[in-house]
Design a binder for this molecule. Structure first.
Ligand code: SF4
Length: 326
């Protein structure tokens, strides 16, 4: 029996290269090692998008299509939509009863996000309780592990604490999941900040060739290299990080040499990278076009995943209710 993992994505916009190399590549690798449950976290999206929900519905199918296009296999992994499994809300309610407020208030991610998303009013119960819903998502499937980025690691720790508290108060039915730290992506946005929709600096999987060429043309390179004749430093250049992923290794070595000796200019270097990036994205786009012309098949995949997830969720909730005596 393979160990089980659960991970989700909030449907708050299109997938970009940061998602691809930050989470999805890792999910793809894990699907052969674990029994994977990947879900669209639409209730989680509500915690920040409650005042303007249009983006949530718009993004759901897009994201599922991207998952399959980049190589996540619905025959191997289970894809489902959180809000279609109402047991998540029930378990969230139960966990809300037993989670002490200070556990949530001391959460470092909560404090950081309040600062980062200061343009939104996030002083809501739902936003504070985000990790409790996350605990319900994970423990519902009795996951052994949760692949997350470093910023989400405190949430997994909180999940473990909630599992322990439930097991202690009622009955030992929940395992304590491990944190499976995802490797951090080196790719930054075109302005050298973290790639993010909110910074308007992302390259999306759905961008056209022209959009990708235009965006790569605007990328900030080594900030110390002011003139074409100045030697550059690939170690601090975001374009070079892209080359390391998309360009054949011999060419990458040559770029390293040429950059340091001012043998190549940044314009030429970016153009070369853009063409290699487009080549790498080509199979993803072909798969995407195929799926877009057969949305019925995509809906079927989601329905199958929902029903697989639901059958486990129903069993877990029965055990939970039996354990707490309601
Ligand atoms: S030549 Fe290439 S690697 Fe060197 S600084 Fe310019 S873009 Fe970056």
């Amino acid at each position: 029996m393979k160990k089980r993992i659960v991970s989700g994505m909030r449907p708050t916009g299109k997938m970009h290269l940061g998602h691809l190399h930050g989470a999805l590549d890792n999910w793809k690798k894990l699907q052969h090692e674990y029994e994977c449950f990947y879900f669209i976290a639409d209730w989680h999206a509500l915690t920040s998008e409650y005042a303007s929900t249009g983006i949530i519905k718009e993004s759901i199918m897009d994201i599922i299509i991207d998952w399959i296009s980049i190589g996540l296999d619905p025959e191997v992994s289970t894809f489902f939509i959180q809000s279609h499994i109402r047991e998540h809300a029930e378990l969230h309610l139960v966990f809300s009863m037993i989670t002490p407020l200070p556990w949530l208030e001391r959460n470092p991610t909560y404090k950081e996000q309040l600062k980062e998303l200061s343009q939104k009013d996030l002083y809501t119960y739902g936003f504070l309780g985000y990790p409790v819903l996350q605990a319900a998502d994970i423990l519902m499937y009795k996951a052994n592990g949760v692949p997350v980025g470093e910023d989400q690691a405190p949430h997994v720790e909180l999940t473990r604490e909630i599992a322990r508290r439930f097991n202690h108060l009622y009955k030992g039915i929940f395992p304590e999941p491990d944190t499976l730290l995802a490797p951090t992506s080196k790719l930054l946005g075109i302005d050298r900040r973290k790639m993010s929709k909110s910074y308007n600096n992302a390259i999306y999987l759905t961008d056209t060739d022209d959009e990708i060429r235009a965006k790569t043309g605007q990328m900030i390179t080594d900030p110390q290299r002011a003139r074409r004749t100045d030697p550059g430093n690939p170690d601090v250049c975001n374009v070079y990080s892209f080359h390391e992923i998309y360009t054949p290794v011999d060419t990458v070595r040559q770029i390293d040499k040429d950059c340091r000796s001012a043998g190549i200019g940044c314009v030429e270097c970016k153009q070369l990278m853009a063409e290699n990036l487009l080549k790498a994205l080509a199979p993803i786009r072909i798969k995407r076009a195929e799926l877009e012309s057969d949305l019925g098949r995509v809906r079927e995949i989601v329905e199958q995943g929902n029903s697989r997830a639901r059958s486990i969720a129903v069993e877990t909730m029965a055990e939970v209710k039996e354990a707490i005596g309601v």
